[in-house]
Design a protein around this ligand. Structure first.
Ligand SMILES: Nc1ncnc2c1ncn2[C@@H]1O[C@H](COP(=O)(O)OP(=O)(O)OP(=O)(O)O)[C@@H](O)[C@H]1O
Length: 329
């Protein structure tokens, strides 16, 4: 499929001021500031096809927002090339803005003091939307997001969850082909997160809107995005299907066997015994696709089983293990 977003060897380096100690240091820093380069994005390459939903994930400071800002035209790369729908987003910022929708979880694009419907109306004017398209989208999006009861309320009176639904509805009002979301579920409660996730999946499925979202919340990715791009310290760590993560990062399934009595020697072909005491034994299983029944068929023990549990590591656990291993290295 043709790519509609591409980043080719993209880097972004910021010059950050180094604070100098003491009163004299503060004065010196004011007159002749010392700066150090911070590589926020470091030589990243990927491409995204129309209709994909991609999660962009990484710890604090990994460079997620910086990448979204380059894709939406707010920042220019220091090196490399960003292309969105065949354009350079910063050089052609207005044309780019017409084709994309942007939601920043931590910053509102709605008019704080005005009733919600006025923000929608201002958006229509800004994007010079035809009246029929606006009427249709306003009705559809208001209904899909359950916004009817709040249309007359000033935005500052909306709850965070209501506001986020309104932000997303407004970002989609002009029928963008791509929706960028920077932490769309940050601060939301479980119910509000669920509404936002279901809505984004639906928009991606039914309208074919391409979605790129940054998040810390792995459940966002598990529920919305079949593809995951993982970054850390500005660099690309992983780009692929969520299912590939497990084999890529060597995360293994854990089999817990409970026997009717102390089992003595226990062996499962292709599994490593890693612990357990008394009647319980813990084994790590290679990522070889064997089912629980196949694993039990490979069990060698003199004592009968009482209970069995097979634990599949979720992506959160896989990634945490990876970051812990990296921090310890
Ligand atoms: N305008 C700026 N000036 C200087 N440094 C910046 C600027 N914006 C970001 N940085 C630095 O670039 C790095 C990446 O920041 P960025 O906001 O892209 O990370 P992030 O992955 O979005 O983090 P978070 O999850 O905390 O929002 C950080 O070290 C940050 O301090």
């Amino acid at each position: 499929m043709a790519s509609i977003i591409s980043a080719e060897n993209v880097s972004k380096t910021f010059q950050q001021r180094v604070s100098q100690p003491g009163m004299l240091g503060a004065v010196r820093g004011f007159i002749a500031p010392i700066k150090r380069p911070v590589p926020a994005v470091d030589d990243i390459t990927f491409s995204i096809a129309a209709g994909e939903a991609v999660g962009y994930l990484g710890p604090n400071g990994a460079g997620k927002s910086t990448m979204i800002k380059m894709l939406t035209g707010i920042l220019a790369p220091s090196a490399g090339t960003v292309t969105v729908l065949g354009r350079h987003p910063q050089a052609e910022r207005v044309a780019n803005a017409r084709q994309i929708g942007v939601v920043f979880g931590q910053r509102t694009q709605l008019w704080w003091e005005l009733p919600l419907f006025e923000s929608f109306e201002l958006h229509r004017r800004m994007y010079r939307m035809p009246a029929d398209l606006f009427a249709r989208n306003r009705t559809d999006l208001t209904e899909m997001m359950g916004l009817s009861p709040f249309l007359d309320r000033p935005v500052r009176h909306l709850s965070l969850g209501q506001r986020m639904r309104a932000e997303i509805a407004m970002a989609l009002m002009h029928d963008p082909r791509i929706l960028f979301l920077d932490e769309p579920t940050i601060g939301l409660d479980v119910v509000a997160k669920d509404v936002v996730r279901k809505f984004l999946s639906r928009i991606n499925r039914e309208r074919g809107t391409t979605i790129i979202l940054t998040t810390h919340d792995l459940q966002d990715i598990e529920e919305i995005c079949p593809r995951l791009i993982m970054v850390d310290e500005g660099r690309l760590l992983f780009d692929g299907a969520i299912g590939e993560l497990r084999s890529r990062f060597g995360a293994r399934r854990r089999l817990t066997l409970e026997f009717v009595s102390e089992p003595g020697r226990v062996r499962v072909v292709g599994a490593e015994l890693v612990g357990g005491e008394g009647r319980v034994r813990e084994l790590l299983i290679a990522d070889d696709g064997r089912s629980l029944i196949e694993l039990l068929a490979a069990l060698e023990a003199d004592v009968d089983l009482r209970d069995v549990r097979l634990h599949e590591p979720g992506i959160e656990e896989i990634i945490r293990t990876h970051y812990q291993a990296r921090a310890a290295a």
